[in-house]
Design a protein around this ligand. Structure first.
Ligand code: NAD
Length: 498
């Protein structure tokens, strides 16, 4: 049994609140350990440590800060197998998929090595008589990240990389479901030369989140998780005067046009719909075939593919996907499948009864496929976050586009077609933040920004890419006049350079 505490001031510390929760190993349903749930006082201690350490880190030149990140990358590469093993055991995703989770986080840290470039300001010489103007980017101070269970390496690194590279001290409140990887990342950062107090991990639940939201020394909060919590954190954080960005839930559509390469479209739906047991904010959960013929062919081809998905324990390298994260998640997902049947959708493949031989207590379910789902059904409107794909048939392209635009979520979307006109029109008109053209999971690379629209995102800057540096810094603009000898008397009108 592992006992997870926190990582504060450069070391692992035990929790003192007396409150803990269990961490499971989804592949066999066993209890892997317990994690401490921080109190307000423990959070305050982490913030005090971070606040004390931050000025010296901010004063370290950006190239030296970048070198710490480079060293971290070296150490993380060496620890890759270990990190992937912890991740797969606590989350349930396969080891291969866990490596992808780590890699996507690493790529953002690689991007952050460009901090000296990203932190550069602007300069205008001679904006007026003897007047020069320059802007500079400065860190905010102590900032926080609150992250979900489904990417326990990637999303903490998406937050920590830019925050630290910009000269802030960072408090991570990871998901209490899989705290093992974030704690190891904190150790690796320390080993890489990051000063104690710059990367802190405070494990916990609502109590520690509320303490973050209310702490006056925390200047910015980056959140990723479900929409109801995103909305709550955005509201409370903003009303406390903090800079807040919150990324929420999703219901990602994939429109399949009649001219699409059907082999490619089916492969894409199988991978993007069922990979990681559908527990991805960029998973495709709705397939929208356009036209009756496309729908018939798509469903006919999908059925045997969903029936033959290989589900296995996280350590099985031949498995397509593993168990879901908890028993509660399993029950919630199965409940949605029951609901879909009651709502009148046609359940073409039913994975509810799946049992994993030898792992009977694991949190497994098979892939499910619904056909003839309609927009009024709750299984369409709500995020299921499991291995369940819904087919919503559209009469024509316009109806397919309208479905994507009318849905309350707008994280990712894809269109499969050979028609450049349709693809271009779709990319221009769809009200979704990340669009794939013949690409089912269009997660932008680290040097672009990541973020949804509508109720998938609250706040006005995206994650990673240039926006991350904007989010974790503030701009100061200096207008200076040299030589000092210029005298033009008192002026009572607003200064202009005219
Ligand atoms: P969650 O909202 O339950 O938890 C996210 C974080 O909020 C965790 O750290 C958790 O401890 C904390 N939290 C939970 N309940 C809280 C409460 N009542 N008050 C304060 N804090 C609370 O989400 P999850 O189940 O861990 O993750 C899955 C969700 O995250 C899905 O909805 C998925 O779509 C979303 N997600 C979104 C993105 C994105 O970029 N848009 C990326 C990954 C995951």
């Amino acid at each position: 049994m592992i006992t997870y505490g926190h990582f504060i001031g450069g070391k692992r510390v035990a929790g003192t609140s007396g409150r803990t929760t269990e961490v499971f190993q989804p592949m066999d349903g066993s209890v892997r350990g317990t994690v401490a749930l921080a109190s307000k006082a423990e959070l305050a201690e982490a913030v005090a440590n971070a606040k004390a350490a931050q000025p010296a880190w901010a004063a370290t030149n950006p190239q030296r800060r970048a070198r710490v990140l480079m060293k971290f990358l070296e150490l993380a590469a060496k620890a890759n197998d270990e990190l992937a093993d912890i991740l797969a055991r606590e989350h349930g995703k396969t080891v291969a998929d866990a490596k992808g989770d780590i890699q996507r986080g690493i790529e953002v840290v690689e991007y952050c090595i460009g901090a000296p470039q990203m932190m550069k300001g602007e300069y205008t010489e001679g904006a007026g008589p003897g007047i020069d103007i320059y802007s500079m980017r400065q860190p905010l101070g102590v900032v926080a990240g609150i992250t979900p269970f489904n990417f326990p390496a990637m999303i903490p690194l998406w937050k920590a990389g830019p925050a630290i590279a910009a000269g802030n001290a960072f408090i991570l409140k990871p998901s209490e479901r899989d705290p093992g990887v974030p704690l190891r990342l904190a150790e690796l950062f320390l080993e890489a030369g990051l000063p104690p107090g710059i990367f802190n991990v405070v494990n916990g639940d609502k109590e520690s989140v509320d303490a973050i939201l209310d702490h006056p020394d925390i200047k910015a909060i980056g959140f990723v998780g479900s929409t109801p919590i995103a909305e709550y954190i955005y509201g409370r954080g903003c009303s406390n005067g903090k800079r807040v960005q919150c990324f929420g839930g999703a219901k990602n559509h994939m429109v399949i046009m009649p001219d699409a390469d059907m082999d490619q479209a089916v492969d894409a739906l199988i991978g993007a719909g069922y990979g990681s047991a559908g527990e991805r904010c960029m998973a495709i959960s709705v397939a929208v075939p356009v036209g009756q013929k496309t729908a018939e062919e798509l469903v006919r081809r999908l059925i045997p593919r969903v029936e033959s998905l290989k589900i296995g324990p996280s350590t099985d390298s031949s498995a397509d996907f593993g168990p879901v994260v908890t028993k509660a998640a399993l029950e919630r997902i199965k409940g949605y499948v029951d609901l879909g049947v009651q709502e009148g959708a046609k359940l073409k493949v039913d994975g509810r009864g799946f049992r994993m031989q030898g792992y009977e207590n694991g949190f497994y379910m098979g892939g499910c496929l619904f056909d003839e789902v309609t927009p009024d059904m709750r299984i369409y409107k709500e995020e299921i976050f499991g291995p369940v794909l819904s087919v919503v048939r559209a009469r024509d392209y316009e109806e397919g586009l309208r479905l994507c635009n009318d849905h309350e979520y707008g994280n990712g979307v894809a269109i499969f077609t050979r028609d450049g006109d349709a693809a271009r029109d779709f990319a221009a008109k769809v009200e979704v933040g990340m669009v794939g053209v013949n690409v089912p999971i269009p997660v932008p690379l680290a040097y672009y920004t990541f973020g949804g629209w509508k109720r998938s995102s609250f706040g006005d800057l995206n994650q990673h890419g240039p926006d991350a540096f904007r989010f974790y810094t503030k701009t100061k603009t200096v207008t200076s006049r040299w030589p000092s000898g210029i005298k033009d008397g008192a002026s009572f009108v607003i200064p202009t350079m005219g």
